[in-house]
Design a protein around this ligand. Structure first.
Ligand SMILES: [Zn+2]
Length: 434
């Protein structure tokens, strides 16, 4: 892997989560890591062999902690809330996720992730092992860091109505065996860039037995678990009906052993304080997906309450319920939705949403949630060389920004895919020209 030395601006958190802005800096990408990351003094000359990219701004690669690859063609397909939307727009697409189609779509999806400045993601596939296999092969080729899993649904699958109280029995053993085989093959593959996530879709599409077995296998193999928690009110009501013995939605997962530090829980909107405490105690991560939550009118996650309870948090596009893979948009909508909810008195705990909090969730928050290598989510000496070179002129008419807060606010409020020029993951260029 060639050594790349760059002179550009840098905007990042440091290892202690403090915002750093270096208008003129030097980054050395060496063997997948940053060998150097330091500001250059005023009037300094860059050492020889450095590519002069002044006018570009380097930020850490963004982390999308929740998205659905097979759903990508349905982005922007409007209409209805979660359960009817799944049946109408999503399940027909997920059923197709096999063969050459799955491979083509996977290739497109990973290239799109990179084009948006996303270098790591937690991705749901569909129920088919064959489609999942193609996605992992393409994922290995993409150079990105990916946590992925075959969706598990042993009841209320693509053909049935999962709101039924007596869902049909299907093939829990096949679902588990296929997940085990994929985990065996791909967990830790591609120099550790690929990891496996046992992916029970959500409580309504899984039997208690399947969830328990998935949790046990994931724990035994050191793999991740990803699922959805408390996204819409109708879903919460259906879960209550389907699991009359559980105290709450989170309790269904807790009883199955699914909650733990390698568990990614999307949404977590309609949670009680007791549920938040249980999630926090387990170390599981709540993945906030504000564009999806607005699109399906699911609700607004109470981030201050989640933080107060001690929950770990990250951000997700939740494509295709989120209409795009653009994490700049997701950061922006995090701030907007939280501020509006606070203004309407929806939250018990007063807390001000800021660009910095959203940026932290999309970088270090996501990196920790996905257990990326030490220092990921920052541009500091020794951290993984996962970074995005932006052209701030694409969104910042009045730049260059004089200080860190201004640079960050402009990035979060006005940034988008249109500003992404070059993307590196693990030191390899995965998008754009240098
Ligand atoms: Zn989702």
């Amino acid at each position: 892997m060639e050594i790349v030395r760059l002179r550009c601006s840098v905007l990042s958190l440091d290892r202690r989560d403090r915002l750093v802005y270096w208008p003129d800096a030097l980054l050395t990408l060496d063997g997948g890591r940053l060998g150097e990351a330091r500001p250059l003094g005023r009037g300094a000359k860059a050492p020889r062999g450095v590519l002069d990219r002044r006018g570009r701004l380097a930020i850490p690669g963004l982390v999308d902690a929740h998205c659905h690859l097979p759903q990508y063609p349905a982005v922007g397909a409007d209409g209805g809330e979660l359960l009817p939307w799944l049946r109408r727009n999503i399940f027909p697409l997920e059923r197709r996720f096999k063969g050459a189609y799955a491979r083509r779509l996977s290739r497109l999806f990973f290239s799109e992730l990179a084009a948006h400045g996303t270098t790591a993601a937690a991705v749901y596939l569909s129920v088919y092992k064959e489609g999942a296999q193609a996605a992992f092969e393409e994922g290995a080729r993409s150079g990105l860091r990916l946590v992925m899993g075959k969706v598990m649904m042993d009841r209320g699958s693509y053909d049935t109505d999962f709101t039924a109280t007596h869902p049909r029995e299907s093939r829990p053993h096949a679902s588990l065996r296929e997940s085990d085989e994929l985990c065996e093959r791909w967990h830790g593959a591609a120099e550790g860039r690929l990891r496996y996530a046992y992916t029970p879709r959500f409580a309504l599409s899984c039997s208690q037995g399947l969830m328990r077995a998935a949790a046990a296998e994931a724990a035994r193999r050191g793999a991740f678990v990803q699922t959805h928690l408390s996204e819409s009110r109708a879903e919460v009501a259906a879960v209550k009906k389907a699991f009359p013995g559980a105290r709450s939605y989170a309790d269904v997962y807790d009883k199955a052993g699914l909650l733990g530090p390698r568990t990614l829980l999307a949404h977590g909107i309609w949670l009680s304080d007791a549920e938040r405490r249980a999630v926090a105690a387990s170390g599981a991560v709540l993945v906030h997906c504000p564009t999806s939550n607005a699109f399906l009118a699911s609700g607004i996650m109470d981030l201050p309450a989640a933080r107060l309870a001690g929950c770990r948090t990250a951000l997700g596009s939740d494509v295709a319920a989120g209409p795009s893979l653009d994490l700049f948009e997701v950061m922006r909508q995090t701030v907007f939705a939280q501020r509006l909810a606070a203004a309407h008195g929806l939250f018990k705990v007063p807390s001000r949403a800021t660009p910095l909090k959203a940026f932290a969730m999309a970088t270090v928050g996501g990196a920790r949630a996905l257990e990326l290598p030490e220092g990921a989510g920052t541009l500091t000496k020794g951290s993984p060389a996962d970074l995005v070179l932006l052209a701030p002129a694409a969104y910042d008419l009045f730049g260059p920004a004089a200080d860190a807060q201004t640079a960050l606010a402009r990035l979060v409020y006005r940034g988008s895919r249109a500003a992404v020029r070059t993307v590196f993951a693990a030191g390899r260029r995965v998008w754009g020209r240098l």
